[in-house]
Design a protein around this ligand. Structure first.
Ligand code: SF4
Ligand code: SF4
Length: 87
C-alpha cells in the first residue's frame, strides 16, 4: 500500500525538459538536495515537501513558463493596440 502510494507520487512529480539543463532552480530550492544536476528527483531522498512542484507551476519563476507568459502578454498587448486602432 505504501509502495503504491510512493509510486503514484513519483509519477506525479513533474519535470520539464529544461530541468537541470539549463535550469537549476528546483535543485537549488530543494531543501535536501534530492534533485541531481540533470534535474532528476531521487525518490529515495525526496520527502515530498513539493517545493519543486510549486516552482514547476509558477509562471513568474519557472523560466520556460516565464517565457510563455511574456510571449502571451506581448501578443495580448499587440491585440489590444490593433483593436484600439480599429475603433
Ligand atoms: S524552475 Fe521549472 S525549468 Fe527550472 S528546474 Fe524547476 S521546473 Fe524545471
Ligand atoms: S518534493 Fe521537496 S524534497 Fe522532493 S524533490 Fe521536490 S523539493 Fe525536493
Amino acid at each position: 500500500m505504501v509502495l503504491g502510494g510512493k509510486l503514484r507520487l513519483k509519477n506525479s512529480l513533474k519535470r520539464r525538459s529544461e530541468c537541470g539543463n539549463p535550469c537549476k532552480l528546483c535543485s537549488k530550492a530543494c531543501p535536501i538536495e534530492a534533485i541531481d544536476k540533470k534535474g532528476n528527483i531521487n525518490m529515495n531522498e525526496c520527502f515530498y515537501c513539493l517545493d519543486c512542484q510549486s516552482l514547476y507551476y509558477n509562471n513568474y519563476k519557472c523560466p520556460p513558463l516565464v517565457i510563455k507568459r511574456k510571449k502571451l502578454e506581448a501578443l495580448r498587448s499587440k491585440h489590444v493596440k490593433l483593436k484600439e486602432r480599429l475603433v
